[in-house]
Design a protein around this ligand. Structure first.
Ligand SMILES: C[S@@+](CC[C@H](N)C(=O)[O-])C[C@H]1O[C@@H](n2cnc3c(N)ncnc32)[C@H](O)[C@@H]1O
Ligand SMILES: Nc1nc2[nH]cc(C(=O)O)c2c(=O)[nH]1
Ligand code: SF4
Ligand SMILES: [Mg+2]
Length: 213
């Protein structure tokens, strides 16, 4: 099958338990919770998105005909040869990556020595073979992935309190302050929540602090 990709870039993972780790990001085009058009934002199921995921016009973006072609392009974006000591770390995001990421692409990346991470809203079943699964539930989305490596809740979402999620089977629980007009207040509220409920940790978006992609 072919894949529609917005952009492919090399940076540091900015969020969650892997923050600071060099990674190639593959941002798939399209999402099931918002069209990506500003005119549709106020009526979308997810309204606070900080990302342009429409189209294929970014750096490294395009329609990739098959898994091998896309995996080769992703690997070519990593700065050195893959080795057992340092495996290329690939973060599949979007948009919603699980609308497109399939076992063929996961297998092609792993066959090239990569570790495969996914950033998902949790509304679609993942393929087998993912090394690091980060689920970021949305109040407007039906959560079908109820276990994984990290749960990263954008905070606050009044209709989705952290207490409603902490029974799920994740290794790490993060609150990530909602970026936007209320970022300062969101950060203060997330900080206070983590201090009062130490099961939760704070995830600040390191890439925004650094001014990198
Ligand atoms: C753009 S989303 C793409 C992946 C997937 N669709 C999802 O929502 O998890 C990547 C990450 O950014 C987070 N995010 C999106 N908008 C945000 C915002 N305004 N403030 C903080 N985090 C945000 C998402 O919750 C998710 O963890
Ligand atoms: N540096 C960096 N880290 C990230 N972690 C998750 C991101 C995403 O948009 O999925 C992201 C991103 O866009 N940039
Ligand atoms: S689910 Fe993810 S990509 Fe889709 S609109 Fe929300 S934050 Fe953006
Ligand atoms: Mg981002």
């Amino acid at each position: 099958m072919s894949y529609l990709v917005k952009e492919i870039f090399y940076t540091l993972q900015g969020e969650g338990a892997q923050a600071g780790r060099p990674a190639v990001f593959c941002r798939f085009a399209g999402c099931n919770l918002w069209s990506g058009r500003e005119a549709d934002r106020s009526a979308a199921l997810c309204r606070f998105c900080d990302t342009d995921f429409r189209g294929t016009d970014g750096e490294g973006g395009g329609r990739y005909a098959d898994a091998r072609t896309l995996a080769d392009k992703i690997l070519a974006t990593w700065p050195c040869e893959a080795s057992a000591a340092v495996r290329p770390y690939v973060v599949c995001t979007g948009g919603e990556p699980l609308l497109q990421l399939d076992a063929a692409l996961v297998d092609a990346l792993r066959a090239r020595g990569c570790e495969v991470a996914v950033e998902t809203n949790g509304t679609c079943e993942p393929p087998a073979g993912i090394d690091w699964l980060c689920v970021s539930p949305k109040a407007g989305g039906d959560l079908v992935i109820r276990s994984g490596d990290e749960l990263k809740l954008v905070y606050p979402q009044p209709a989705l309190p952290p207490e409603s999620l902490e029974g799920l089977a994740f290794r790490h629980f993060f609150l990530q302050p909602m970026d936007g007009a209320e970022l300062v207040a969101s950060t203060e509220a997330a900080l206070a929540y983590c201090k009062a409920h130490p099961r939760w940790r704070l995830s600040l978006q390191l890439h925004k602090l650094l001014g990198i992609p």
